[in-house]
Write a protein that binds this ligand. Structure first.
Ligand code: FAD
Length: 225
């Protein structure tokens, strides 16, 4: 099921191998022991591991997501190296005429100094001016893209005309330990609003599949173990 994000994007859980018990048993193998179900002792063990940052037992699981995001969001996302990525190639197929255009209430102004910026909604008149200009710029860039393709320029060079708010798609496979690092950094008010919107959806899926691990992550200050 695709969960809609921004104006044209989505996140979809394509597959997973993940539960709280995998964390418990990866830790219990140290004593050659195993649990068959979650109970208070098992939840307590997850809390102990999270609190003391014993991270490796959180690696024996995987989430495979399929997401559609603007390229500038993907640029932030792909910095998370402890994961596997495959992305739609603009060298091999034509990119679609789909650009992210923010809602007027999400057009922001930047206040403060580097390292301490605050982002606040800009006045509506300026927001509408920005949206109109952005739409024009996207239309123009896509027109040039198509023109370059028409005169025979390779896709890999024609795409240089395109804006960074054009949508791309990718598959992303990640374990819970690295996912918690991603959530800690990207479902946070310091991250750009647009990637936060994706991280919120990713976090709700993580919470559904590994509820005790997620609860314990929150309880321990949202720090990846
Ligand atoms: C608010 C915000 C602002 C940012 N601003 C900038 C910016 O201005 N410029 C910029 O370039 N980036 C910026 N970034 C990106 C940031 O520097 C990280 O690249 C990104 O958040 C990924 O984090 P990570 O390295 O912890 O994740 P991953 O790459 O997934 O790594 C996970 C963990 O593995 C370990 N690890 C991975 N690789 C190495 C390694 N080579 N050596 C040692 N340990 C490793 C670390 O413990 C790391 O935390 C920003 C990120 C955020 C959230």
């Amino acid at each position: 099921m695709e969960i809609k994000v921004l104006d044209k994007g989505f996140v979809r859980l394509d597959g997973y191998m993940a539960d709280d018990l995998s964390v418990v048993n990866a830790a219990k193998v140290s004593f050659n022991k195993r649990s068959n179900s979650m109970g208070d002792a098992e939840s307590g063990l997850i809390n102990f591991l999270m609190k003391n940052r014993h991270g490796t037992p959180f690696e024996h699981n995987a989430f495979r997501f399929h997401a559609k995001v603007p390229i500038f969001v993907f640029r932030d996302w792909v910095r998370h190296r402890i994961a596997s990525y495959n992305e739609w190639s603009g060298r091999y197929s034509e990119l679609k005429n789909e650009f992210y255009i923010p809602e007027p209430e999400n057009v922001r102004k930047q206040i403060g100094k580097p390292g301490n910026y605050k982002f606040e909604p800009i006045d509506r008149e300026t927001a509408l001016k920005y949206i109109k200009g952005l739409e024009k710029a996207c239309k123009r860039s896509y027109k040039y893209y198509q023109f370059f393709l028409k005169i025979g320029v390779a896709k890999e060079q024609a795409r240089m005309a395109l804006n960074v708010n054009i949508y791309t798609e990718f598959y992303w496979t990640i374990n819970a330990r690295s996912l918690m690092n991603y959530l800690s950094l990207r479902n946070d008010s310091a991250a750009q609003w647009e990637i936060q919107e994706y991280a919120k959806v990713i976090e709700s899926i993580f919470a559904e599949k590994m509820p005790i691990t997620h609860e314990t992550f929150i309880k321990n200050g949202r720090v990846a173990p």
